[in-house]
Design a protein around this ligand. Structure first.
Ligand code: UGA
Length: 429
């Protein structure tokens, strides 16, 4: 099929590439000419395991191309996916100006029937607005359908999530676009759920908010574990073996972050308010998440006492493993809080140091994770990169002026760390 994806961020670029990989002909559009030039030259603007190879392969095989022209994308394809950012505004609501702008551009370029599919995470009822906008700005009298098709990929596992989705959600207003949408997704062999547009839009916000709730739940349980001497990982394992609960997203941490959960929670709370319901449960999810970070910082200052001029090594800057994304990263938040207290930081991340530099200045960026602890009063683990489990602990113990490790991701076994001579403080254990 001939498909166009507008927006080459995490969602747009991975979606377009995976559509090409299963045999569709895909045009990826981005209004950033530099980005388009980079993609055309075989480079990719983000780190995502397996993506670069797939982009290069599909470009070489002629199924994937890039352009800065929306008109070209609209003209050459029958189905246009919108995958542009929907950033948060100061009051928690969603800035839909990119969606609106793209809808107008598509309308201006349409000369024959098109299916316009929204992939960006948007508030319920956005599809209705997109349809109204296209109708209003379409110069020619052409028919079109608007579909909501939310994306559920996780950064760091995006290719795998896209190639093997748990489900595909297709929200529509008329039956007409459904066969084409099924054809797009047929190669992925995943269950396809067809709903109305509002339900499809709500599925996305409700799912992300529920996952955030799951993390805040286990983080709240971690407080009780610490107070009672229980171990949150054992509690999570025991809970998770109940198929109705499941073990995933029950890893206690210094809090969740990223460009999705914090933003989507705020948006869902805001939408609920506007629709007349005070979703207090989700406000508590946010509160627990902030409290978890405060508790972690307090753990550090309770142990080191005055943080001014203390040297602290920090492992991890990305908001989670397998990505270079530092947007709303708990690790960056933590560093900034420590800096505010006057701590001197040595930091390392396997992939995110370059992007972190824009947000975090006045720290020493260390290329080798095993050199971070040198001369530090303590070491902090802030991101769950699996490679940190391979840290040279003997060397770290010798490099640290005091063998103290604060682990915000529970990467090590407390008993083993104690045996190795560390004062080891983690979450909920
Ligand atoms: C999330 C959802 O998982 C995806 O399904 C969704 O498509 C995406 O948002 C989106 O809306 O685009 P993502 O933000 O990439 O994906 O990352 P997650 O793997 O969900 O992690 C989010 C945060 O929660 C990270 O900071 C992570 O470290 C933290 N987390 C995750 C925990 O603290 N504990 C856990 O058990 C799991």
């Amino acid at each position: 099929m001939k498909l166009t994806i507008i927006g080459t961020g995490y969602v747009g670029l991975v979606t377009g590439t995976c559509f090409a990989e299963v045999g569709h002909h895909v045009i990826c559009v981005d209004n950033n000419a530099e980005k388009v030039a980079m993609l055309k030259a075989g480079g990719i603007p983000i780190y995502e395991p397996g993506l670069e190879e797939l982009v290069q392969k599909n470009v070489a095989e002629g199924r994937l191309s890039f352009t800065a022209s929306t008109a070209e994308g609209v003209e050459k394809s029958d189905i246009i996916f919108i995958a542009v950012p929907t950033p948060p505004q100061a009051d928690g609501s969603v800035d839909l100006s990119f969606i609106e702008g793209v809808a107008r551009e598509i309308a201006g370029a349409m000369t024959s029937y098109k299916i316009i599919v929204d992939k960006s995470t948007v508030p319920v009822k956005t599809g209705e607005k997109v349809a109204e906008t296209i109708k209003r700005y379409c110069k020619a009298k052409v028919e079109f359908d608007v579909v909501s098709n939310p994306e559920f990929l996780r950064e760091g596992f995006a290719v795998q999530d896209l190639m093997k989705p748990d489900r595909v959600v297709v929200g529509e207003r008329s039956q007409r676009p459904v066969p084409a949408m099924k054809q797009v997704y047929e190669p992925f062999k995943a269950p396809i759920i067809v709903t109305d547009i509002n339900s499809a839009e709500l599925i996305k916000h409700a799912a992300n908010s529920f996952l955030a709730l799951k993390i805040s739940y286990i983080n709240a349980v971690s407080i009780i574990c610490e107070a009672s001497g229980a171990n949150v990982q054992e509690v999570a394992n025991g809970m998770g073996m109940d198929a109705r609960i499941g073990r995933q997203f029950l890893d206690a941490s210094l809090g969740f972050g990223g460009s999705c959960f914090p933003k989507d929670l705020s948006a869902f709370i805001k939408i609920s308010d506007q629709l007349g319901y005070n979703f207090a449960l989700l406000k508590e999810v946010q509160r627990i998440n902030s409290f978890q970070m405060e508790r972690f910082v307090k753990k550090i200052s309770d142990t080191l006492w005055v943080l001014k001029d203390k040297k602290i090594g920090v492992l991890g800057l990305a908001f989670k493993q397998n990505t270079d994304d530092v947007r709303t990263s708990p690790a960056i938040d933590l560093c900034q809080r420590l800096q505010k207290e006057g701590a001197i930081l040595r930091v390392h991340d396997p992939k995110a140091m370059e992007k972190a530099r824009a947000l975090l200045q006045g720290v020493t960026y260390v290329a080798d994770m095993n050199e971070v602890a040198q001369g530090c009063d303590a070491l902090v683990i802030a991101t769950e990169w699996p490679v940190f489990k391979k840290l040279d602990l003997d060397r770290a113990r010798k490099d640290l002026t005091h063998p103290i490790i604060f682990d915000g991701r529970n990467l090590f076994d407390p008993a083993e760390m104690e045996r190795l001579g560390f004062i080891y403080k983690s979450i909920g254990r």
